[in-house]
Structures are given as C-alpha cells and as structure tokens.
Design a protein around this ligand. Sequence first.
Ligand code: G3I
Length: 381
Amino acid sequence: MLNWRFIAVVAMVATDMVAATQAQSSRKPQSPVSLKDAYRNAFLIGVAINSPQIKGQDMGGDAIVERQFNSITPENVLKWEVVHPEPDVYNFDLSDQYVSFGEKRHMFVVGHCLVWHSQTPAWVFRDDKGDSLDRDALLKRMHDHIQTVVGRYKGRIQAWDVVNEALNENGTMRQSPWQKIIGDDYVEKAFQYAHEADPQAKLVYNDYNLENDQKRKGALVLITKLKAEGVPVDAVGLQGHDSMDWPSLEDEDTTIGAFASLGVKVIISELDIDLLPPATEHATADVSVHVEQDPKLNPYPKGLPESVQKELGKRYSDLFKVFLKHRGAVIRVTFWGLSDGDSWRNDWPVLGRTSYPLLFDRSDQPKLAFHAVLEAAGGKN
Ligand code: G3I
C-alpha cells in the first residue's frame, strides 16, 4: 500500500532541496524551511502526537513531526485512564515510548495531564466498597499517582500540565470530584506534589476559554493566589481551541498580557482552529458535549475550497502575530494534532465530520495555512 505520509515528506524534502539550490545559486538568503526554525528565536513549536505516531506506525507522520517541531505533547497516553487504569496497575508501555520518541529527537517533552476530571477512572474517587473517598484518602491517592508518574520521568519530561480545566465558564471553581472531595486547595496540593516529584520540571495550569472575560478573571485570581502562597506554578496554558472569529485578536492580546503581568509564562498549549459551522451556542472544549449529526454542520466532506483555505491562513497568521508580539512571555505554541485527519475535531462535538483545523491536510501536505504561519514569522527572528 502507498504510504502517503512518506511520499509527502519526500516531496517536501525535494522541494526544500530545490529551493536551497536556487537560493545558493542566486546567493539570496535561504528562507526558513521549517516551523521550528522560523520561530527558533521566538518560542518552541510543539505538536500533540497520538498512539500510532508514538509507536512508529505512522512513519510519514513521524518524519514531519521531527522536521517541523521541537516539542511534543502526548494527546492521550499520559492521561490517568491510560497510565493508571486500576488501583494497583500502572501501564507505562506507551508513555515510555513517547518519552523516548522525544529524547531521540532532542525535543522539549511535555507531560499531559496529571489532575483532570475527564479520562480519570471512577475508582479513583471511591474506596473498596464503592463509597466516596474522604479528603485525606483522595489526597494520598493523588500524591501517589503524581509521585509515581512524574517521578518515573524525572529529568526527562521537562514540563507538566499539572491541573487541567479547574474553572467554570463564570470563573468559579468547577465542581469536579477533586474539588468536591478535597476542596479548592486540591490545585495547590497537585502543584506541590509535582514539584516534590521533580523540582526541575516546569509546572503548568492548563484551561480553555480563558480569553473570555469571566473565566479569565477567575484564572487570574487563582494564579495570583497560588503565587502569593508560594505554590510553584510556572506557566498558564491557553489551550487555543479557537474558531474563525473567536477569540478576537484583542482578547488574545489582553489575555496573554494579563497572565504575563502576574509573572508566569504563557503557553498556547492545544492550538487548532475550527472553521466548520458552530455546533454549540458558545465556544467550548468540554469533552462531555455531544451534538447530533446534521449535513449542514459538515459542509466540506470532499475538500476545502481555496477561498476558505485562504481565510484559515489569514486567521492563523493574525494569531501568530499576536503570539510574536508577546515573545518572551509566550514560550511555546503547541498544535493539537499533526494533520487534519488526526484531529479530535472530526468527532467532537459531532461524530464523523470532515474538519480542517490544522496545518497539514489528510495526505500530510502542508496547507496554505502552514505557509501563512511560516510567513508570519517574517524576518524578525
Ligand atoms: O482508546 C480508545 C480505543 O480503545 C477505542 O477503540 C476508541 C473508540 O472510540 O476510543 C479510544 O479512546 C478515545 C481516545 O480519545 C483515544 O483516541 C476516546 O473515545 C476519545 O474520547 C478520546 O478523545 C480525546 C479527548 O481529549 C478525551 O477527553 C481526544 O483524543 C483528545 O484530543 C482530547 O484532548 C483534550 C485535552 O486532553 C484537554 N483539552 C481538551 C482537548 C480536546 O478535547
């Protein structure tokens, strides 16, 4: 069977070789050939990788990851349900391969994620009889999990998303099982445990929709409190599950500036841009939301018109110009998946849509948006 990813990479390398030869012969400076090089002096460029990519079952995809990116995040394999599916069972098979993948390629390796309400098995919150754990027992369980997972990769995973999505849309604390059983201070405990397990690792609070006023205010209060208490929080992850008109560039700018002014770094941690018709009334990345299939919600099953490709490129370019304005505060931009075919957006919030949120198409060809992001780096790096 033809391996389209492999063919795509060979084609890209060939194109770059031709470009390099032309540049040499005309003695013009060579234009940047990869995302990571274009942004080398601004911030890291990362990508979330999936199980086939980690296992080497998508060699074409892996070659693009290696060529274009200098940081990786595991899309799923370090989540609690995968790595710690039962009370006394840890499964490090895939996560070990994930960390080796990054080390072999000298990449900045991210861990995602330690404490979240989703993809955490129900047993975590119950005792042997099925009753709810008390605060001390759940804190012990959280401590042991963090100690075991972070401890295993001490010095090898450079940054951890410690707490994921602790806030409601109105900025109050989400009533997750963690919050209900332990109380609001589960957040600081998680950061303290992660710091104990690996004092060198950079620790991140990660959430979506922080560009919205109320939720941003809640996050600013939370981070201010953590910092005042001496809790080791190094950065805020703005997930960046964006659409064509949300967030506004002004809101993105304000949000990055607001967190930077608290003395934490900012990471765009899960970037993708949804151009399909909105299936929910308000922008969200809440994985529990499901919407019925409807052809009106899936307008491009056979391919994306050139005009829409251009709009996507413009949107990516505009956002990257905001990120670049905040270089120094923004330390990494990570895409949530490699190619359109890999994206969670194809099955959320509507199953089976044909989505186009990333920089590489379903045959792993760089899209117009890829070139727009490269060009946005300009000559300023
Ligand atoms: O592993 C099973 C597999 O055994 C089974 O055959 C298959 C059938 O559907 O499902 C597989 O699990 C899926 C898993 O991804 C791995 O592919 C789950 O159904 C699916 O729900 C899960 O979705 C992930 C989602 O988090 C779940 O919470 C997405 O891939 C992942 O991109 C998404 O990532 C989250 C971030 O962690 C946090 N921020 C929001 C972001 C997007 O939702």
